[in-house]
Design a protein. Structure first.
Length: 285
């Protein structure tokens, strides 16, 4: 292959990958024009029964936890490849508070923005789903998520990326998320985010002594579909309060535009400059 053909092919490859990366970044960073659905978690109503955990495991075909005998509330837990939703117990200034954790389903998700193959996809309705036929196993979604949610099946011969998808298949069939349906205390409420925000603000306004004046998930990292009400500051419940309100893809978009050029265009350019500046005697050898 002569140098002219080499540079031509390198340029085509660089342009193709650049277009792919930029398209992926843009698609992940632009919110849908549809009204997103979500879940409001009023932690003042949660009784720590963990029926939501059990329902989640049953629906997703995972090992169902023994919620009556496993003493799981005695330690703080995180979601993993075996359990997509967990409930933790916290001692606070206002007594014991139970918190359910799962994917937050961000409006502009960092996990989807980091996925070069669009395996992690934000649906127009809001839930973020994983598509096995597109995943290449890079796990960039895991390191990009500010809430440490996507998990990888390291022990499986055919590993998957696992996370809560808000029971997307159930929603498509007209049902509600299994965790919401299983909650006996109505701590979880499913609906349009705009309606849930109105309900949350009304509760705060009518009962200012019962709630802190903040809906977690309204603005954090650009907003999320999972919202929380609390009677105590969220830092007492293990929530990250240092995330800011800017969507994470906004921080990385310029980098994604630049990376393909740096990786694919710069090496051929330097190679060409080397030959251009090389002494003529060297060319004849």
């Amino acid at each position: 292959m002569n140098r002219r053909k080499f540079f031509k092919l390198a340029g085509i490859s660089a342009a193709g990958l650049t277009e792919k990366l930029i398209t992926s970044a843009d698609a992940a960073g632009i919110p849908s024009t549809k009204q997103f659905i979500g879940v409001l978690n009023d932690t003042t109503k949660c009784i720590g029964c963990r029926n939501c955990e059990k329902a989640c495991s049953e629906v997703n075909g995972m090992q169902v936890p023994d919620i009556e005998n496993d003493n799981a509330l005695e330690k703080e837990r995180v979601t993993d490849e075996k359990q997509l939703s967990v409930v933790n117990k916290y001692k606070t200034d206002k007594g014991t508070v139970y918190i359910k954790r799962q994917c937050m389903h961000c409006w502009q998700p960092a996990c989807a923005a980091a996925c070069l193959t669009n395996a992690l996809h934000k649906t127009e309705e809001g839930p973020i789903i994983w598509r096995s036929d597109k995943c290449m196993g890079c796990r960039y979604c895991m390191v990009s998520c500010p809430f440490d949610i996507p998990k990888f099946e390291y022990q499986s011969w055919n590993p998957r990326i696992l996370k809560c998808d808000m029971c997307w298949k159930r929603i498509q069939q007209g049902a509600i998320p299994a965790c919401v349906e299983a909650c006996p205390s109505e701590a979880l409420m499913f609906g349009l985010k705009k309606d849930l925000m109105e309900i949350a603000r009304t509760r705060i306004y009518k009962h200012p002594k019962d709630y802190v004046s903040h809906v977690y998930g309204e603005y954090e990292v650009g907003g999320a579909s999972w919202l929380y009400l609390s009677s105590v500051p969220f830092e007492q419940l293990g929530f990250r309060t240092d995330l800011g309100n800017t969507p994470y893809p906004e921080y990385t978009k310029e980098f994604l535009y630049a990376v393909p050029a740096i990786i694919l265009i710069l090496p051929p350019l330097l190679y060409g400059l080397h030959h251009i500046t090389e002494p003529e005697d060297s060319e004849k050898k």
